[in-house]
Design a protein around this ligand. Structure first.
Ligand code: SAM
Length: 464
């Protein structure tokens, strides 16, 4: 295993990008034929697609991304909400409002406050959260994170509970990852921010996060501790986006080679304005067209990896990217410690970064239905132990349709009855009727139909 070693070779990636501009049209076509067969892409092929800007190739890239998305993920979109529990931070990251040099009143939630935030998140219908915190060993030690998770998993509401907690906290030790595993972490999420080491070192000015290699090898330690669902990402806007995309793919391969499974999910956050940071000092901001191409190329390169988009992106961009490969989005999000409670009380807010889609959860979820998607509140894989390579085998076998679609329809039915209004109920009923025949396995189709009926009569929490 390569733990402790930097597996990102900067010169190699830069050379790939330099050489890629000489790729012929015929070569690009052959890469696209391969991608169309869900075979993924090699480094030089990814590089060639990234640097290429010919409209006929771009059109094919988008068409194939859409085809892969529909074939593997159908029209299901998994929903989640972030929960910020502490904004204490010892790092000085120049893009982040939690930067320890910024003066603002910091806080961490008490367990009562955690309960109140979770109550409000659940009230929106969410069953899956991403728990977020700044890095501060004293104010926010691992035991605090574990206590939050215990508290959240221990809560039961009239209509259900939070059934999966993904965790996005700073790179840590094998021992701490083991503790997270023991309390039932879903996916461990960590963004490399940038894989370009000189940039990484320039923008991480002090604190433990300055250690590029320690951050880079966090997933190796998580795997060593038994966490086999890990979610990567870069913060687009810090360095050359094509370099970042290739490096992300190389990281994925590193995990596949060493642990038999790559990223469970890839997030594609783009840098947003935040308190105390100056957008003018980030010359690598990614324009919309480039961003769309990157999302589509990732979809082609790793067809079986889920892709996450947050409310950093506006409504219009989300709509476009959902077609190209995004399979999971947040809705009704607050990116602030205690933010859901503040929103409920109409108190002034101070988020980690400013979100670009501030519509309420029901509006976003309802619009997904108008656009033909099935919002899914499914958490079944993790609860059935289908994590790591067990999930990937399911995805690659094509069986995902016989498992994910039933779960999506059953959880949508729950959501509709428990959180929807009349208009939403009608849309959901129509969508469930429309989609049920799409479940190919007959036994599963009957089971789903029967469970939907039971949900309509008051039973809850069916999953396969
Ligand atoms: N503290 C954890 C760590 O060190 O990785 C992660 C938690 S932080 C709350 C989650 C993510 O927010 C960061 O990894 C970073 O990518 C993102 N973030 C920070 N500042 C941002 C900004 N200005 N715009 C968009 N995303 C930002």
């Amino acid at each position: 295993m390569n733990a402790g070693k930097n597996f990102i070779d900067k010169d190699y990636i830069e050379n790939l990008l330099k050489t890629a501009v000489h790729t012929s049209d015929a070569e690009i076509d052959s890469y696209l034929d391969k991608a169309e067969n869900f075979e993924g892409l090699k480094h030089h092929e990814i590089a060639a697609l990234l640097v290429n800007n010919k409209s006929e190739h771009l059109k094919r890239i988008y068409d194939i991304a859409g085809k892969i998305k529909r074939h593997i993920y159908g029209n299901r979109i998994v929903m989640f909400a972030p929960l910020y529990v502490s904004d204490y931070c010892v790092n000085r990251c120049s893009y982040c409002s939690y930067n320890c040099g910024h003066k603002f009143k910091r806080s961490k939630l008490t367990m009562d406050e955690v309960r109140e935030e979770v109550r409000l998140i659940e009230k929106m219908g969410h069953k899956r959260i991403a728990l977020e915190a700044g890095e501060h060993d004293k104010k926010c030690p691992i035991n605090y994170i574990l206590e939050c998770m215990h508290t959240i998993y221990g809560m039961k509401f009239k209509n259900g509970e939070i059934r999966r907690i993904n965790v996005n906290i700073a790179a840590t030790t094998v021992e701490n990852y083991r503790k997270l595993k023991e309390v039932g972490i879903g996916t461990y999420i960590l963004f490399q921010e940038t894989y370009h080491q000189p940039t990484y070192e320039r923008i991480h000015l002090s604190g433990p996060k300055t250690d590029y290699e320690y951050h880079l090898t966090a997933f190796d330690r998580a795997h060593e501790a038994g966490i086999d669902d890990v979610g990567g990402g870069v913060l687009f806007g810090l360095a050359d986006p094509y370099f970042e995309t290739l490096a992300l793919m190389i990281h994925n391969e590193h995990l596949e080679e060493n642990f038999n499974v790559g990223f469970h999910t890839i997030s594609v956050p783009r840098l947003c304005p935040a308190q105390g940071m100056d957008m003018a000092s980030f010359p690598n901001m990614v324009d919309d067209a480039t961003f769309e191409k990157i999302v589509a190329v990732i979809r082609l390169a790793v067809p079986f990896t889920g892709m996450i988009l947050s409310t950093r992106e506006n409504h219009e961009m989300r709509k476009k990217l959902l077609k190209l490969g995004i399979s999971q989005i947040s809705a009704g999000s607050s990116t602030e410690v205690g933010g859901y409670t503040k929103r409920e009380n109409h108190t002034e807010q101070n988020p980690q970064f400013f979100v670009n889609d501030d519509r309420d959860a029901l509006s976003i979820i309802s619009e997904l239905m108008d656009d033909g998607y099935i919002p899914s509140f499914c958490t079944a894989c993790y609860r059935n132990g289908r994590t790591g390579d067990r999930f990937m085998s399911l995805a690659k076998s094509g069986q995902i349709k016989n498992v994910c679609l039933p779960n999506a329809l059953m959880t949508l039915c729950e959501y509709s009855i428990d959180y929807g209004d009349k208009d939403f109920n009608e849309k959901a009923d129509a969508a469930i009727k429309r989609e049920l025949p799409e479940i190919q396995n007959e036994k599963m189709r009957f089971l789903t139909a029967s469970n939907v009926e039971k949900i309509q009569h008051g039973e809850r929490d069916f999953f396969v």
